[in-house]
Design a protein around this ligand. Structure first.
Ligand code: SF4
Length: 330
């Protein structure tokens, strides 16, 4: 049949086929773009919901607060500011925000990026210029890690700036995965069951520090930074090695999550569901003075039974948790 066709007919058929193909591709592209837009919209809603939930759960922001939002130029603090600005518009309370960046004078720090970004955003901001880089370089011997002195200096400066600006809260951009990493770092290297609190009184006793992204997984922030195209400033300018132990723990957690999806969420729920009577800290539970009550308690401890665990059912917070599903006598 093809042989019976003229060259013109063949050309028409080719053109038609090409047009059809182009239409299909364009429609697939449109559908794909719509799908991405839907996903991004869902992500935005999720971020607002989780940040809002943390704010309410820990009473992080109250009527009339002036929140100093610490912005470093990394994805987490950009996202925190972005979401807090959205929540500010719809919150049932009034609070103000002021973004603060500490320019530590690291070589190559692109000092125009944050002022340009924050001006465009229309948010009040303050850039604090303090050459902590030179101090740290002068004091710490070559080859030693700079971070502990650097962060101590930064902390002191930010507390002072908060006072000068009249801020009532200091917001930091740590997220769920930072909190879990800190929990394991403390367990592995400091022999403590201690995490990173969502809200605390600063060590100078003058400031309340909050972490509004306590419930947000890092992967959501990574995606949100792409969606919003934040002008990220690299965090390697100080030339310091990334904290090796934190990196190792981060890799360990990611590996666990890959092999056992939901494990991070479950561990995070566990941080909010502590049973001091089933740990071994006599300062938290008075083991010495335990006495039998003589009263049966269906919720009481079954000392002779081994615990068995299932896949995590939804916990009290709507996220997965652990529960005992079967009891085996021994
Ligand atoms: S990585 Fe660099 S900027 Fe960050 S705390 Fe360490 S020395 Fe300071």
């Amino acid at each position: 049949m093809v042989n019976a066709m003229g060259t013109n007919d063949m050309n028409v058929l080719w053109e038609q086929a090409e047009q059809e193909h182009a239409q299909q591709e364009s429609s697939a592209r449109v559908q794909n773009a719509m799908k991405i837009e839907r996903e991004d919209h869902k992500l935005e809603k999720r971020l607002c919901r989780e940040v809002g939930r943390a704010i309410v759960d820990f009473n992080m922001i109250e009527e009339g607060d002036k929140v100093m939002v610490c912005v470093s130029g990394g994805k987490d603090s950009y996202a925190m500011l972005d979401i807090l600005l959205k929540l500010q518009k719809r919150a049932p309370i009034n609070f103000s925000l002021i973004a603060v960046n500490l320019d530590q004078k690291q070589p190559g720090f692109p000092e125009h990026i944050l002022p340009d970004y924050l001006s465009k955003l229309g948010v009040p901001f303050h850039i604090e210029n303090q050459d902590t880089y030179s101090i740290v370089k002068r004091v710490i011997p070559e080859g030693k890690t700079l971070c502990s002195l650097c962060s101590r200096l930064r902390r002191g400066i930010l507390y002072r700036v908060a006072g000068e600006l009249g801020a009532t809260k200091i917001a930091l951009g740590h997220h769920r995965d930072d909190m879990l990493q800190t929990f394991f770092l403390n367990m592995f290297f400091a022999a403590k069951l201690k995490g990173m609190p969502p809200k605390l009184v600063s060590d100078d006793g003058k400031n309340i520090v909050i972490r509004p992204m306590a419930y947000v997984p890092e992967k959501d922030l990574t995606r949100w930074a792409q969606v919003r195209d934040f002008p990220i400033i690299p965090c390697t300018l100080c030339g310091s090695q990334e904290n090796l132990q934190r990196k190792q723990v981060g890799n360990m957690l990611r590996e666990w999550e890959k092999k056992h999806p939901g494990r991070l969420e479950s561990m995070f729920s566990a941080l909010q569901n502590i049973v001091p009577s089933h740990l071994m800290d006599s300062k938290r539970h008075d083991f010495k003075n335990i006495r039998a009550t003589g009263q049966p308690d269906s919720e009481g401890d079954k000392a002779f039974d081994a615990d068995a665990f299932s896949e995590p059912p939804p916990s009290l917070t709507g996220r997965p948790g652990l529960s005992v599903i079967g009891l085996k006598s021994v």
